[in-house]
Design a protein around this ligand. Structure first.
Ligand code: CMC
Length: 431
């Protein structure tokens, strides 16, 4: 909070609004007393100008293309740390020491199995069930197996929260891999303590009783990079959902399950699946890039250039830069020649030269190239958003935890401007 005050003049009265400043000099107006003082509320569709909280987890500057977690640039985290370390950093606030990393890994290993009864749930989903629906249902079901956190208590010991966090991070990976195995009709492969987080996931996904999975270090590295790049992104739609649901004092599992549902949407995490489908359509259509660009620009169509544009970034998404580079490396390592990469690069180039995209500051986002890597790893497109969820999970947990410990904690309950009919009465003669 600064000493500065902004002034609002409304219907002859002047109200002083405290000015707050973040550690990176972001300026905000604290309007928390506005309605009490003036009777007025603010209207901000889509929360384009509204900060819902103060947070010390992630810093994002959309104009400069900066993304940092707990102060560390995303580029450094992606290069020097693995996903498990970044998860620790987000949830606990510091990069783990060797000892803390050991403890954290042991905790993750200890909680990697899901209860055998939960395994049976998978059998009753229809064949074509989308894995995001399964993922969300399974995560909320965890609260029935681990009820100690179900009734959220403000005095819940820290170690219970950390145990639930580790349980969730570890089990989501198992649930994701099992949902894939169910979709291809293969037996489940159980987690192994001797494998790292990503290697374990790949083994559960792609090993079968007749074909052990051949581990390639480049693939494990690429998966680590992808998960790190998705790990947190401040108050995006799914994270805000987790915070909002959590603000009713809902347990961690239920809050995260609702975040998974929000992530599923094609304007959010579901965009990665839409990108690949869009690129495939272009290829099928003989590589007609301009037709796709025209359709994305047309006001008569709901269609958008998926993997392009962002609420906060008005320059190149730093995550997309890293993914684009990783994409080429993975294709090289796997000896894959994916024509979709050529289409994607051509599409990007065409869009970045088009006035429509230039004027609106629309650049490739994290979803534009990620699907090409997932495909090279062998992950089917229905699972792309599940991969996003695996990556985003530490961020959701960290934000849920931070909100819970916030001195300014309040149930989230926005106001509205009512625009419906004014008072009217039932006309008995018409009934
Ligand atoms: N293709 C065509 N036009 C677009 C696109 C796009 N991808 N994105 C924005 N626009 C236009 C939009 O129509 C609007 O035009 P006008 O000013 O003429 O009405 C202008 O650009 C501003 O867009 P907006 O819809 O007001 O921006 P927003 O901040 O509300 O939406 C967005 C952000 C990500 C939902 C949007 O850019 C979009 O739909 N992108 C495609 C879906 C996508 O890739 N989503 C993944 C986002 S990154 C991962 C994540 O965090 O989920």
């Amino acid at each position: 909070m600064t000493q500065e005050k902004a002034k609002l003049e409304l219907r002859g009265n002047v109200y002083e609004i405290p000015v707050i400043e973040g550690t990176e000099k972001e300026v905000g107006l604290d309007i928390s007393q506005l309605r009490r003082q003036s009777g007025a509320v603010t209207l901000d569709y889509g929360f384009v100008n509204t900060a819902s909280c103060a947070s010390s987890i992630t810093y994002l500057d959309g104009e400069e293309g900066i993304l940092r977690h707990r102060g560390y640039p995303i580029e450094e985290l992606a290069e020097k740390l693995n996903f498990v370390e970044v998860a620790y950093l987000l949830v606990n606030g510091t990069i783990p020491t060797a000892e803390e990393k050991e403890e954290w890994s042991t905790l993750l290993n200890r909680h990697s199995l899901i209860h055998e009864d939960m395994r049976h749930f998978f059998y009753y989903y229809p064949e074509q069930a989308h894995p995001m629906a399964i993922l969300s249902a399974m995560v909320v079901s965890l609260s029935t197996f681990y009820p100690e956190l179900s009734q959220h208590r403000p005095d819940e010991p820290e170690e219970h929260i950390n145990k639930a966090a580790a349980r969730l991070i570890s089990k989501l990976r198992t649930i994701a891999a099992f949902s894939y195995k169910k979709s291809v009709g293969q037996p489940f492969v159980y987690p192994r303590h001797d494998l790292s987080y990503c290697a374990n996931f790949l083994n559960m996904m792609f090993s079968s009783p007749i074909h052990p999975y051949e581990m390639k270090p480049e693939i494990i590295k690429a998966m680590n990079t992808l998960l790190i790049l998705h790990a947190d992104h401040e108050q995006n739609c799914s994270t805000s959902t987790v915070r909002l649901v959590g603000s009713a004092r809902v347990n961690l599992y239920a809050s995260v399950a609702s975040g998974i549902c929000a992530l599923w949407g094609p304007l959010h995490g579901g965009a990665n699946q839409m990108v690949i489908e869009m690129l495939e359509n272009i290829l099928r259509d003989g590589g007609n890039i301009s037709k796709t660009i025209d359709k994305a620009k047309s006001k008569d169509s709901e269609f958008r250039l998926y993997g392009f544009g962002h609420r906060v970034y008005k320059s190149y998404d730093p995550r997309a830069k890293i993914i684009k580079k990783a994409c080429k490396e993975v294709l090289q390592a796997t000896g894959t020649q994916d024509p979709l990469l050529d289409v994607a690069m051509e599409l990007e180039e065409a869009a970045l030269q088009d006035d429509y995209f230039v004027e609106r500051g629309l650049y490739p986002n994290v979803d534009f190239y990620s699907g090409i890597i997932y495909q090279a790893i062998g992950i089917p497109k229905e699972m792309f958003t599940v991969m996003f969820a695996l990556g985003r999970l530490p961020g959701w947990i960290a934000q849920w935890k931070e909100a819970r410990e916030d001195d300014n904690f309040k149930i989230q309950r926005p106001r509205q401007i009512y625009v419906g009919p004014t008072l009217c009465h039932v006309d008995d003669s018409l009934r």
